[in-house]
Design a protein around this ligand. Structure first.
Ligand SMILES: *Cc1c(COP(=O)(O)O)cnc(C)c1O
Length: 441
């Protein structure tokens, strides 16, 4: 039996190229001192988690409001130090728990949504400033945006979508605020946005649509370990709008530079494991070493803010002053949830089984990503090899190949910190119910 979500070829190729990039960076090992400091920080908070485990006696997603608020403030401060006119929209898909969005709305964030369901959720949360982006919006979804045009801006993905939205807006007697999404020239994905070569014509056409008020441009690049992809895209947009007429530029009120900011800890990776659960060699890595971890370092937010500001000032503000918008997801919510599990069984070879399965996070994350598993019941700054598996009837149900602690036994409480991004939203109704979400006291 396998998960019904298997990474596509494209995802796999992407993962492979990231492992290769990682190997090019020095030796690509996650420094032991960094890892120990990280683990120690969570062990010092162990009582809070042990109390929750004792009270609830079941696997939990622990919602960490304080950490989320801290990251929201850090994000705003870093960019606020550079940009005088900027707005942040939280990408709801990265963690769609209502409390996460609500907390960020309270911190002054707008919401970035990608479907009718997400528009409805955003409106129900009381969000006043919602941007709706994404390919293939249906008429029904567009109509929802038209009906709520005071609170929702549509970032249009194609000329076809522009036609349909204009028609729906005119029928409703409304004028909808819109932006145009651009396909970043370097992007491997052509399914998002309009090619730069067609941008000028698309902009002019939007200006002629009576149902639309065209205001801005948007792009999004993923997995930004550093700002280079964003800077290249900003430069390309600058060259394009440098050719625009004053009438075209006069309408440009915002440039939305998307999200994709990688958390500063970098990308932590396990050696790779095949679909059959066997350790394999990937891109020349000697992978049969559960205590070795690899990482691709990421830049600090200050470096992102400074580089992006420089790029925008050089390539955009020189032509037209405008508001800068951002759509962070992962960077904000990664530390907003932690997973708390209980060891149920221990097999002859030492393998342990937990009460939760990885349906809790919806994909085979820990076959690729390294997330330290902390044994809160027997804490020690010592990592031991041990297969930690969930209780689903599939061998892909892996939490990790090691734990931090003195020992591991049935009844122990395990913590996997910082599992807030692209986990909770992807949880599956597969064999087990996903864990409940409990707020950290
Ligand atoms: C997913 C997404 C984001 C957020 O990406 P993160 O990597 O979580 O920061 C922002 N904008 C758009 C359009 C997206 O699709």
């Amino acid at each position: 039996m396998t998960f019904d979500f298997t990474p596509s070829q494209a995802t796999f190729r992407d993962a492979l190229s990231r492992v290769e990039a990682m190997l090019r960076h020095k030796d690509g090992r996650l420094p032991g001192a960094v890892l120990k400091a990280y683990v120690e920080r969570f062990f010092t908070m162990k009582e809070v988690f042990l109390d929750l485990a004792e009270v609830h006696q079941e696997p939990l997603y622990v919602l960490d409001h304080a950490n989320l608020k801290k990251h929201a403030a850090m994000f705003k401060n870093a960019f606020g130090a550079c940009f005088s006119d900027f707005a942040c929209y939280y990408a709801m898909k990265s963690n769609n728990h209502p409390e996460v969005s609500r907390t960020l709305i309270d911190q002054g964030f707008g919401l970035d949504v990608s479907s009718g369901v997400e528009v409805e959720r955003a409106l129900a949360l009381g969000a006043e400033d919602v941007i709706f982006s994404g390919p293939g919006k249906t008429d029904k979804e567009l109509f929802l945006a038209v009906e709520n045009s005071g609170r929702v801006k549509v970032l249009m993905d194609s000329l076809g979508e522009m036609d349909r939205l204009n028609r729906l807006a005119m029928q409703a007697g409304k004028r909808v605020r819109v932006g145009l999404r651009i396909t970043p020239p370097s992007s491997p994905w052509k399914k998002f946005g309009v090619a730069l070569a067609n941008l000028g014509a698309a902009w002019k056409k939007a200006q002629e649509c009576p149902g639309l008020e065209i205001q801005g441009l948007q792009f999004h690049t993923s997995w930004n370990l550093d700002p280079s992809q964003q800077v290249r895209t900003i430069a390309a947009i600058g060259r394009e709008i440098g050719q625009w007429s004053p009438e075209m530029l006069g309408a440009l009120k915002f440039l939305d530079i998307g999200g994709g900011y990688w958390p500063q800890a970098g990308e932590w990776q396990v050696h790779a494991v095949t679909q059959a659960g066997q350790v394999m060699k990937l891109a020349g890595l000697d992978v049969d070493r559960p205590l070795e971890h690899y990482y691709a370092p990421a830049q600090s937010l200050d470096v992102f803010a400074q580089s992006l500001y420089q790029a925008v000032e050089t390539h955009i503000f020189s032509t037209v002053p405008c508001r800068i918008c951002m759509e962070p997801g992962r960077w904000l919510c990664n530390g907003a949830m932690h997973l708390l599990l209980n060891v149920v069984d221990k097999k002859d070879g030492g393998l342990v089984i937990t009460d939760a399965g990885t349906n809790a996070i919806g994909w085979e994350r820990y076959e690729m990503d390294y997330a330290p598993v902390l044994n809160l019941s027997r804490p020690a700054l010592d990592e031991k090899a041990c297969e930690i598996m969930g209780s689903l009837c599939t061998p892909h149900d892996l939490w990790g190949l090691s734990y931090w602690g003195q020992d591991i036994q049935p009844g122990d409480v395990l913590l996997i910190p910082d599992q807030g991004a692209y986990t909770y939203s992807l949880k599956q109704d597969f064999i087990k119910a996903p864990p409940r979400v409990i707020s950290m006291p």
